[in-house]
Design a binder for this molecule. Sequence first.
Ligand SMILES: Cc1ncc(COP(=O)(O)O)c(C=O)c1O
Length: 300
Amino acid sequence: MTENPFAAGCAWIEDEYVPISEARIPILDTGFIRSDVTYDVVGTWEGGFFRLDDHMDRFERSWQKLHMNPPVSKTEMVDILTECVRKSGIKNAYVEMIVTRGLAPKGSRDPRLFSNRFYAFAVPYMWICHPENHDEGLHMVIVEDTIRIPSNAVDPTVKNFHWGDLIRSLFEAYERGAQNAILLDAEGNVTEGPGFNIFALVEGELYTPQHGALEGITRRTALDLAEMAGIKTHITTFKTELLFKASELFLTTTAGGIIPITKLNDHVYGNGRMGPTTRQLYDHYWAEHKAGQWVTKIAY
Ligand SMILES: Cc1ncc(COP(=O)(O)O)c(C=O)c1O
């Protein structure tokens, strides 16, 4: 039997499916040279997309806010994403969709005149923290040298490639002996971290920042699961005190789900392991991936 050339991943570039190692974008695409781009990432688990419609709806809101007009419809995008996964044969996949402003028409820098482009790819699922480390969770710091880029400069609800602040925060975290970072805004409010939203459990109720953060689909899922479990939830202005008053902290992301933060600066939460409420949401989160209202099965 010949090996599947898409086994390591499959991309959709310029109207063609290509093996991931061969996928190339034109160097003049302003998605690359200007970060003039929006994207989304949806996961598949055991051969089914998780909350595909919610990811597609957020993606659509994002390109609309950037005044973009993708060359394919939302339905065609779903077909392309499905085909990328199907061709690769990957059951647990990380599936990214991208709309860029595209290439400049000759002699113009007017962003209204560009032909926007659509790209997509599916690769094996990526973990922000490997599953064998989920119980011990992540050690983080609140970074001091970098603030989250202001929301009135780059809208954080539009998933974007302006990762300069997020990457810089990681270097400070590593220097301080931590594994990851939480960023504040200019007013000292907690926002998010490099690729994840933040939750605090305070006196049995869940809090997550309202401002300066992506409206994560995993955040939405954690809120939904908490409400199902009868836990009160709050999307609020979020000061650092809440982080230190909390009995449990966790992050949420498509790249790994619900993951405990067991140490923040010098403060250790509980016994330094995943706390009971985080565990309850974590178990329910993965149970929902196997079947249920949010799963769209793929016919391989
Ligand atoms: C900056 C940022 N915040 C939050 C998230 C979490 O969003 P989601 O749960 O939709 O993956 C991401 C996802 O990559 C992100 O890039």
